[in-house]
Ligand binder design. Structure first.
Ligand code: MN3
Length: 210
């Protein structure tokens, strides 16, 4: 069973004015689609890997994916997982601040919500080239990190440099922001907070803590 491009859970223009409709259309319909297509090409004929969920494929990257296709699976499988995750933690009429246990634990871990945002933005700005910034639950604790290219925490520390369960992430590839923000990645990251779907992040947090 081949991997499939999930539909965006809202219209292309739903995140305006913070993320523009053209960026969303190209990002989902072309970039994400290309990761899915190239992942399927890389796995063609390997029924055992093709039948895994994308989560399990990421976790199996270091142990079960043959060296001959490890590079393409890392890049394109990572691209598929990361973008599928990203669309869900964004939303229209979103933003604001988390509530409840997640809000309390962010405050305990980082000092305040504003301190957390500053540290998360710094992780995104500080990632040289293309990659992602993440908020993960690692051994029950909230941590901020970043990965290069399409790596993600599920791949494990040996590959991605960080580990844990991602509950929030932001794409800092230029394709995610260049049309509207040009070279100003920091401005894009500040605008990102207006479209974070904290209900979904809280669900991710609850699941990660189980
Ligand atoms: Mn992207």
């Amino acid at each position: 069973m081949a991997y499939e491009l999930p539909p965006l859970p809202y219209p292309n223009n739903a995140l305006e004015p913070y993320i523009d409709a053209t960026t969303m259309e190209i990002h989902h319909d072309r970039h994400h689609k290309a990761y899915v297509d190239n992942l399927n090409k890389a796995l063609a004929g390997n029924a055992a890997l093709e039948s895994k969920s994308i989560d399990d494929l990421m976790k199996a990257l270091s142990s079960s994916v043959p060296d001959a296709i490890k590079g393409p699976v890392r890049n394109n499988g990572g691209g598929h997982w990361n973008h599928s995750f990203f669309w869900r933690i964004l939303g229209p009429k979103a933003g604001g601040a988390p509530t409840g246990k997640l809000a309390d634990d962010i405050k305990a871990a980082f000092g305040s919500f504003d301190d957390f945002k500053a540290k998360f933005e710094a992780a995104g700005v500080g990632r040289f080239g293309s990659g992602w910034a993440w908020l993960v639950v690692n051994n029950g604790k909230l941590e901020i990190g970043s990965t290069a290219n399409q790596d993600n925490p599920l791949m494990g520390k040996g590959i991605a440099g960080i580990e844990g369960t991602a509950i929030l992430g932001v794409d800092v590839w230029e394709h995610a922001y260049y049309l509207k923000y040009q070279n100003k990645r920091a401005d894009y990251l500040k605008a990102f907070w207006n479209v974070v779907n904290w209900n979904e992040v809280a669900k991710n947090y609850d699941a990660a803590k189980k």
